[in-house]
Design a binder for this molecule. Structure first.
Ligand SMILES: [Zn+2]
Length: 101
């Protein structure tokens, strides 16, 4: 999927900026999810207040979210396309290969 998306990025502790960023690429073992709602949890709050768990800024936080699978990688199996899914603590942001937008 080509194009850009709006993303609220944490650019430093205590500072968010709304940016237009490229939509993540979907790799062969990944799915791309269009986020509908994103929650803010305790670790997100810590990231905002002190940079907790953030190794590099800017960072899109809100890893506890739900959305729709809009693209599936070639190695993925099952009826994933179009599913509504919840992204929880076992799928942490984009660090394990799940493109979230
Ligand atoms: Zn969390």
């Amino acid at each position: 999927m080509e194009g850009t998306m709006r993303a609220m990025q944490l650019v430093a502790p205590g500072k968010f900026e709304l940016k237009e960023v490229p939509i993540p690429k979907c790799g062969p073992d990944q799915v791309l999810i269009k986020v509908i709602y994103a929650g803010v949890c305790g670790s997100d709050f810590g990231a905002y207040t002190s940079g907790y768990m953030i190794d590099k800024f800017p960072r899109i936080i809100g890893h506890e979210s739900c959305g729709e699978v809009v693209e599936i990688g070639e190695n993925m199996v099952g009826p994933l396309a179009g599913m509504n899914v919840h992204v929880g603590s076992k799928v942490f942001g984009t660090t394990i290969g799940l493109g979230v937008y």
